[in-house]
Ligand binder design. Structure first.
Ligand code: IMP
Ligand code: MG
Length: 178
């Protein structure tokens, strides 16, 4: 792996940290009122790790958390169309209410694959919470039940999202300008 770099690229703040927090509080309230029983939060690594931890803390319902690792991008900015499972769930989801927590829905290829895979395990329900949605880029139809922000077709980093593994720790969501 190359050395971490953050200094030379141009970053423009698209969604500042305070707006992210306010929106996640709203999503938490909405999710808490929509579900009556326990929720299994399934975070998609690695991009969702920060969103997942903030969202989990504003859901006022019994929750369990688990993670799946999915890789579709290599180090490029657009989908390779090829999805690979790099980590499976630790727990069974049979008969349970699953909320998949994803950083961003772009082409929809990743979530199409994942929802298909999880459906075969007979959960009671599956819904999707995505911090960001780029609807202009959709190649597969995906219904996002809880969306943080719809954004234009620009490559973004920060708040968990990376470019070639860099920038995940930025507090704001920023456009990476080339
Ligand atoms: P999809 O399969 O094309 O919907 O891609 C979804 C995945 O691609 C996300 O989970 C991200 O990991 C990655 N991705 C898509 N757009 C961006 C972006 O603008 N910045 C960083 N990662 C992105
Ligand atoms: Mg991802």
């Amino acid at each position: 792996m190359s050395e971490p770099t953050q200094s030379s690229a141009k970053l423009r703040v698209l969604v500042p940290a305070e707006r992210i927090k306010a929106r996640i509080d709203e999503l938490g309230r909405q999710i808490s009122s929509d579900y009556s029983g326990p929720i299994i939060l399934v975070g998609i690594l690695k991009g969702a790790f920060i969103f997942m931890s903030d969202l989990a803390r504003v859901i006022d319902r019994p929750t369990r958390v688990d993670f799946m690792g999915i890789s579709s991008y290599g180090n490029s900015k657009s989908t390779s169309g090829e999805v690979r499972l790099t980590k499976d769930l630790d727990m069974s989801i049979e008969g349970l209410d699953v909320l998949v927590v994803e950083d961003i829905v772009d082409s929809g290829v990743t979530l199409t694959y994942l929802i298909h895979l999880l459906s075969q395990r007979r959960p009671r329900s599956i819904r999707i919470a995505a911090l960001l949605d780029k609807p202009d880029r959709r190649m597969r139809p995906i219904k996002v039940n809880y969306c943080g922000f719809e954004i234009p077709d620009e490559f973004v980093v920060g708040y968990g999202l990376d470019y070639a593994e860099d920038y995940r720790n930025l507090k704001d969501i920023c456009v990476l300008e080339s």
